[in-house]
Design a protein around this ligand. Sequence first.
Ligand code: ADP
Length: 161
Amino acid sequence: MSGLAVYPGSFDPPTLGHLSLVDQGLTLFDRLVVAVARNSAKASLFTAEERVTILREALAGYDRVEVDSFEGLLVSYARDRGATAILRGLRGTSDFEYEFQMALVNRHLEPGLQSVYLMTDYRWLYLSSTIVKEVAAHGADIGDMVPPAAARALAEKFRKV
Ligand code: ADP
């Protein structure tokens, strides 16, 4: 595979699981656009701008990766960016049902765009932004779950509360 893939998500906040998937994606694609969803149905802890800033710092050394945000339909954004694929991660069967549905809808909307799913590394199998937020909210150390920029942002957020 080659070309450009869009890796969309909430990234609220970005975790080491997300970054690991970027590394995996770069073995298949020439370029990746990590795209923060602005209109996710999920209520978010961080604004889209904050999530973009964290991702940009975490991925600063990656010259084949761009961080952006998007609003509206993912397939329209991916088409506008000239992407040939959408990259997503799978942690286990719990992710599968939803992802399968999304992939089929996106294929229906934009048949030329492939959805590519990569299995997470076993180290990040149980890691999610939701878990990170819960652990951080209770003041426990999340330094081995998220990049430093996200750890700082979480510490700041929960200090204020
Ligand atoms: P969304 O709300 O769109 O699911 P997330 O930020 O939760 O956004 O996830 C974005 C993408 O990253 C999804 O494809 C998800 O499966 C993947 N992902 C999330 N956590 C991990 C992880 N620990 N390992 C690998 N991929 C992950």
